[in-house]
Design a protein around this ligand. Sequence first.
Ligand SMILES: Nc1ncnc2c1ncn2[C@@H]1O[C@H](COP(=O)(O)OP(=O)(O)O)[C@@H](O)[C@H]1O
Ligand SMILES: [Mg+2]
Length: 250
Amino acid sequence: MAQELLKITDLSASADEKEILNHLSLSIGRGETHVIMGPNGAGKSTLASVLMGDESYEVTGGTVEFDGEDIGELAPHERAKKGIFMSFQNPIEVPGISLENFIKTALELRSGQKIKAWDFRKEVKRVLDALAMDPSYAERDLNVGFSGGEKKKAEILQMLLLKPRLAILDETDSGLDVDAVRTVSKGIEEYQKDEAASLLIITHNAAILSALSVDAVHILVNGKIVKTGGKELIDLVAQNGFSSFEEEQE
Ligand SMILES: Nc1ncnc2c1ncn2[C@@H]1O[C@H](COP(=O)(O)OP(=O)(O)O)[C@@H](O)[C@H]1O
Ligand SMILES: [Mg+2]
């Protein structure tokens, strides 16, 4: 494997006394793209939330290392500052701040340096063009009145402008029409052009993965990884569902 960026070891986590993640281990190298698939309720979103430091989950065991450092005690904003980005299944609306200003402020907070409005605007335009997205997006209030598909596209725009070291996409493609799926897919390809950028994609959508280079596919069932393989697992899931993996686990 390429040099490790994210290393999850024996991670267990619970919410409301209920164990959700059960001794889960997973490593992602620099520049690698990993996919997680699994049945509803397997713990995929919980894993993403725990990686981001969401305090509604209690980590009951194991470690999460990012770039060689144990980040288990870091707050979500500190993890974001280290370069971990997560797209949410249900993004929040932020009235009074435009998408463009939101991202600019986030970049300035991360680097501690002011960014020239003119330079930033040019970069925003470049990314909007690459995604074939309407320029008005960047000027609208963040997620306010955005349709489901627009919110997902806005998240991809944020990912490309923030340039995280690890992006976690939790079903960014769910419920999207064909055009929006294409935008998301294009955005992921654009992100992958940076050879150091790593990606964890949680999805059920084989279509979105077909054009992407994927280094590993993990099947998550009942809070643990029950199988790891290559892209062939995606077809296997599309054909047979998850039942065969559930049996394998016993
Ligand atoms: N905050 C929470 N409090 C209580 N139960 C939760 C919480 N978050 C998730 N769960 C439960 O944990 C299980 C896994 O949920 P989730 O991680 O959302 O699954 P997935 O994303 O794989 O569909 C589900 O049974 C869900 O109801
Ligand atoms: Mg989920």
